[in-house]
Ligand binder design. Structure first.
Ligand code: GRF
Length: 191
């Protein structure tokens, strides 16, 4: 019987970490051909840090202000990833623009999830802005990361229809869609 190879991945997050949790659980359950060998976070007090500890996932937590420049902290991130032989970086609520150091070290191997049907509503507060616009079909997108803000080539999308005006309900619907989309996408990418 052919054995499936397990890919080493890192998840980057800045806040709550529900996408990180879903990815790490899917990996631990063997639902994706991955091992989450590292969680990278730029906010020491973020919930995702304690979540990584609880799930037994190694973490690298940094404060950007403690480094002279983005290149300096990204060099450290690259070295943390290389040390663990990370093959794919999954951004999941990582609130920083990825710079040259990381992009060059992991060319074509960094993906991100964004809660809109890109190219509509890139950047911050996409749900609020879309609702304000009167959007009726929202969604989530997984795309390759390049030097632009949420502008890299699209890998997969999931539409979410919602005609109400409750941002919390919408956020919950989008999160549910994101979890499925990230797992389905990783299942395909890691084949
Ligand atoms: C998600 O909606 C993701 O699309 C966006 O940030 C949010 C992160 O949520 N980039 P969580 O930290 O995974 O709960």
């Amino acid at each position: 019987m052919a054995t499936q190879s397990i890919h080493k991945i890192a998840v980057f997050a800045s806040g709550y970490g529900s996408n990180f949790e879903v990815i790490a659980r899917a990996a631990q359950a063997g639902e994706i051909a991955a091992e989450v060998v590292l969680m990278v976070c730029d906010k020491p007090s973020a919930r995702v840090c304690s979540l990584a500890d609880a799930m037994g996932v190694d973490k690298f937590v940094f404060s950007a202000k403690e480094y002279p420049s983005k290149a300096d902290y990204e060099r450290e991130i690259v070295s943390q990833c290389r040390e663990r032989e990370v093959e794919l970086i999954c951004l999941a609520g990582y609130m920083r623009l990825v710079g040259e150091e990381l992009l060059n070290a992991y060319k074509g191997c960094i993906i991100n999830i964004h809660p809109s049907l890109l190219p509509a509503f890139p950047g911050v507060n996409p749900l609020e802005r879309a609702m304000e616009y009167g959007v009726k079909v929202y969604g989530a997108t997984i795309h390759y990361v390049d030097e632009t803000l949420d502008g890299g080539k699209i890998i997969a999308q999931q539409a979410v229809t919602y005609e109400g005006d409750d941002i919390e309900v919408l956020t919950a619907l989008i999160h549910e869609a994101e979890y499925k989309l990230y797992i389905n996408t990783l299942q395909k990418l890691l084949k």
